[in-house]
Design a protein around this ligand. Structure first.
Ligand code: NAD
Ligand code: UDP
Length: 315
C-alpha cells in the first residue's frame, strides 16, 4: 500500500514509518518539524520507498494514497501549551484536511487519539464507553478538547461519507528517540538521572500513569489499521499504573544516579490517575503489550545514554 503518515518526524511517527517500510509499504511522511526532527528519520531517509514532505496539516494537501495514519500534533504538555491556538488548529483543521483527503481518495484513515480525551477520569481503569471529565477552558483544553473534536469529526465523516476510520486512544507511550527537551515524565527523569540532576516531580508525585513501550504501541496501531471494520475507539496502552515518585525511584536506581527528588507545583488540571482497560484491543486485535516497564525503561536509558555520550564526544 501507499501510506501517508502525518507527524512522521516525531517520536511515534518515525518508529511507525520504519515499521511500515519493513512491512514493504511505500510511505509518504509529512511534518512541519514543530516538535519533530529529520534526525529521527536518519535510518530511512534514503530508502527509495520513503518520501518526506515539509507540510503543516492545518493546510490542505493533495496526494494519491491508500491509507493514512494521522499523528501530527505535539504530544507533550509543555509543547502543546506553548501555542494552544495552533494545537487546536492542528487537531481540528488538521483532521478536516486529512479526512477530506481520505474521502477524496477512498483511503482508510487512523487517528492518533489519546487517553487525554478522558480528562481527569472519575472511573478507573478507563473503558472506551466512558465519556470523560474534561475542563473545556483550561490550559490542557487545546489538546484534550482538540482531540475530542477530532474524534467527533472522524465519526461524522464515517457516518456521513462512509470514510473507513480507525480511532486509537493512545495512553502514555515512551521509548528510544524521545527528544531530550520533550518535557514528558520518562524522558525528563532519564535525562535528569543521567546528569545527576534533581528529578522534577510535580505535585506530591502520587498521581499515576500507565506507561507503554513504543514497539508495543506501534504494533497495536498497525494491527488496528489492518483490521477490517473496527469503527469504534480502541484503547492502546499498558495497564500497569505506577506513581511518579515510584517511577522516579526506579529510574534513579537503574541509572545508579546520585539524583534526589525535587518536588515542584503540580501543573493545572494534571490528571490524578490513568489506566487503560484494553479488553477490546485484546479481543478484536489479539493485541497486548509484551515489554514490561523495567525492560522498556532499560532500553530507553541505553538510547538516551548513547545519544548524550555522542553529544559529549561531538558526534
Ligand atoms: P511528537 O511531538 O514527538 O510528534 C508529533 C509530530 O507532529 C512532530 O514531528 C511534529 O513536528 C508534528 N506536527 C505537529 N504539528 C504539526 C502540524 N500542524 N503539521 C504537521 N506536523 C505537525 O509526539 P508523539 O509522542 O510522537 O505523538 C504522536 C501522536 O500520537 C500525536 O498526535 C499525539 O497526540 C498522539 N499520542 C501520543 C502519546 C504518547 O504518549 N506518545 C499518547 C497519546 C497520543
Ligand atoms: N511529571 C513530573 N515531572 C516531570 C514531567 C511530568 O512529575 O518532569 C508528571 C506530570 O505532572 C504528570 C505525569 O508526570 O502527572 C505524566 O506527565 P507527562 O507530561 O509525561 O504526560 P501526561 O500528563 O500527558 O500524562
Amino acid at each position: 500500500m501507499k501510506l501517508l503518515v502525518t507527524g512522521a518526524a516525531g517520536f511515534l511517527g518515525s518508529h511507525l514509518c520504519e515499521t511500515l517500510l519493513r512491512m514493504n509499504h511505500e510511505v509518504i511522511g509529512i511534518d512541519n518539524y514543530y516538535t519533530g526532527s529529520k534526525f529521527n528519520l536518519t535510518a530511512i531517509i534514503d530508502n527509495p520507498k520513503f518520501e518526506l514532505i515539509r507540510h503543516d496539516v492545518t493546510f490542505p494537501i493533495y496526494l494519491e494514497i491508500d491509507g493514512i495514519f494521522n499523528l501530527a500534533c505535539p504530544a507533550s504538555p509543555i509543547h502543546y501549551q506553548k501555542n494552544p491556538v495552533q494545537t487546536f488548529k492542528t487537531n481540528v483543521h488538521g483532521a478536516i484536511n486529512i479526512l477530506g483527503l481520505a474521502k477524496r481518495t477512498g483511503a482508510k484513515v487512523l487517528q492518533a487519539s489519546t487517553s487525554e480525551i478522558y480528562g481527569d477520569p472519575e472511573q478507573s481503569p478507563q473503558v472506551e464507553t466512558y465519556w470523560g471529565n474534561v475542563n473545556p477552558i483550561g490550559i490542557r483544553s487545546c489538546y484534550d478538547e482538540g482531540k475530542r473534536a477530532a474524534e467527533t469529526l472522524f465519526f461524522d465523516y464515517h457516518r456521513q461519507y462512509d470514510v473507513d476510520i480507525r480511532v486509537a486512544r493512545i495512553f502514555n507511550t515512551y521509548g528510544p528517540r524521545m527528544a531530550f527537551n520533550d518535557g514528558r515524565v520518562i524522558s525528563n527523569f532519564i535525562v535528569q538521572s543521567l546528569k545527576n540532576e534533581p528529578l522534577t516531580v510535580y505535585g506530591d508525585g502520587n498521581q499515576t500513569r500507565s506507561f507503554c513501550y513504543v514497539t508495543d504501541l506501534i504494533e497495536g496501531l498497525v494491527k488496528l489499521f489492518l483490521k477490517d471494520n473496527v469503527h469504534e475507539p480502541i484503547n492502546l496502552g499498558n495497564p500497569a499504573p505506577t506513581s511518579m515518585v515510584d517511577v522516579a525511584k526506579e529510574i534513579i536506581a537503574m541509572t545508579n544516579s546520585k539524583s534526589e527528588l525535587n518536588f515542584l507545583p503540580l501543573p493545572l488540571d494534571d490528571p490524578k490517575k490513568r489506566e487503560p482497560n484494553i479488553e477490546k484491543a485484546k479481543a478484536l486485535l489479539d493485541w497486548y503489550p509484551k515489554i514490561d516497564r523495567s525492560e522498556g525503561i532499560r532500553k530507553t536509558i541505553i538510547d538516551f545514554e548513547t545519544r548524550l555520550n555522542g553529544i559529549k564526544n561531538g558526534l
